[in-house]
Structure formats: C-alpha cells, structure tokens
Design a protein around this ligand. Sequence first.
Ligand code: SAM
Length: 282
Amino acid sequence: MIDESSVTHVTDTAYWVAHFRAKESQRRTPVFNDSLAALLSGKRGRKIARSIPRASMVEWGMVVRTSAIDRLIHESLQSGVDAVLNLGAGLDTRPYRMNLPAELRWIEVDFPNLIELKNAKLAEHEPVCRLERVGMDLSDRPSRNEVFARIGAASKSVLVITEGVISYFSNSEIANLADDLRAIPSFHRWIQDFDNAPKRRLPSGWAKKLEAAPFLFEVKDWFGFFEKYGWKALETVTTAEESERIGRPYPWDLPYGLLLRALPKEMSRRILGLSGVVMMQR
Ligand SMILES: C[S@@+](CC[C@H](N)C(=O)[O-])C[C@H]1O[C@@H](n2cnc3c(N)ncnc32)[C@H](O)[C@@H]1O
C-alpha cells in the first residue's frame, strides 16, 4: 500500500506547498484566497505537510513567498509582459485566483502526471486568462528548449517563474536552464525564490523525508551565480520585508521562533533578509 504521507517523487512536493495555501485561504483574513488549493492538494497534501517537520515555519514561508510573488507578477504586467511561463507550476492556481488581463497567455509546465491531474480536477473551473499546460520533464533539455522557442516566438515579453523549483536541480542544470532561458530574446524577466544563507542547513528530519526529492542547488552567492548567465536582479523582496508588510511575523516554533524574537530587531531582520524572492532581468 502507498504511504500517502511520504514524498516518493518530486511532484509530491507540489501537494506539500499547496496544502499551506489551502490553509491560508481558510483563515478569516487571508493574505490571498486560493479557493482551489484544497481541491488540488486534498488529503495527500495534508498528510505530507503533517509528516515533514517544522510545518509552521513552512506554512509561514509559503504565505510570505506567495504574497511577494503575486506582487512581483502584478508589477511585471505593468511593464508589458504578454505571457507568463511558470516552470514547475505544481498545483499553483494563479490563473484562476489573480486579477489578470483576459488576453494574457499563461503556460504551466510540470511533469505529465501532475498536469493530467490538474487538467482533470480543474476541468469545471474557468481561468481568468488564456491558460495552457505542458506536461514534460524539464530535465529533458532538447524538448524543453523546443517549448521555450515556441513560446518565445509567439510572445513579445515573457515572464518566467520558478517558484520553489530551483532547489531540486543541480548547479549545472540550473546554469543550463539560465543559459537556455537567456537564449530566447523575448524572455525578459524571471521570478524566483532565493536563499543566500552562507551555509544552507536543512531542518532536522528533512533529508530523510525528502530523499526522493533532495535539495541539490547550492551556491555561496545566489545573485552572482545568475549574473554569470546573463540574469541581473531587478527587484528583490526579502522574507523580512514581506513578512513585515503583511503583518505575519516568524511563527513561534522552537527554538528558532524564540531565538529570532530574542535577537535585536536589526539582527533578526538581517537573518530573514537572506532569503526572499527576486525578479531578475536579462
Ligand atoms: C515545491 S513544488 C512547487 C510547485 C509550485 N511552483 C508552487 O510553488 O506551488 C516543485 C515543483 O517542481 C516540479 N518539478 C521539479 N523538477 C521538475 C522537472 N524535472 N520537470 C518538471 N517539473 C519539475 C515538481 O513536479 C513540483 O511541482
């Protein structure tokens, strides 16, 4: 029998994060309302989320990240973006829940099984913009570059999103991805979450739980890495800034919640300022 609480493939991480968006949407005053997240993440999402340690920290991180990325998407739409390419889109439902122009083209890419599930579960729901889905393994470089070329040729200005995705690829795979995205002239912007902590330490218990979907990408200087491949930070929103803006401080999980509160404000801000989301520009 399948253990529904275990991560057996990287696609399962999509249930993990979507569960927290579903939880947020049930709050009395949610930061965003993702009314389809519960339908998509369901029991599986709940079980996975409960089985991975530090759930309150992940929940907080997901809310802060989602909110910051929503804002950066709105901003980039003001700059003339006519297509959004969400790589590793998972169970994200922005084309249903955000206020987007009806003529905007939005393409979601993820593994075929996840795309099939999403197509089936959302068949009765109407996106607000022109939504397409592509089921593929992004590690298949020739196929993915074909998709990039097709989308690039049909659009004037494309915003690429990789939300919670870069970690699952090796440094060399991300270097190739950055190069391949840069090679398409209409791919203007790229939103990604970043982690610039000097030494990345996973919460205890995560390595075992995420054995089938290990975190591979690790760099000392996140922005320096992408600059080498032609992508420059245009705007960053740190976790510290966004959590203050939306009034959601780091949760009371032990020992970090306590530690962060005990530290002088400037220091805790500096620590939470090492991660966040960034809009890159070619
Ligand atoms: C943590 S989830 C994030 C999902 C979504 N971006 C979100 O924020 O809700 C990581 C996603 O990356 C996708 N992914 C990872 N490696 C992939 C690959 N090689 N090809 C396609 N999708 C991939 C997974 O299937 C999963 O949906």
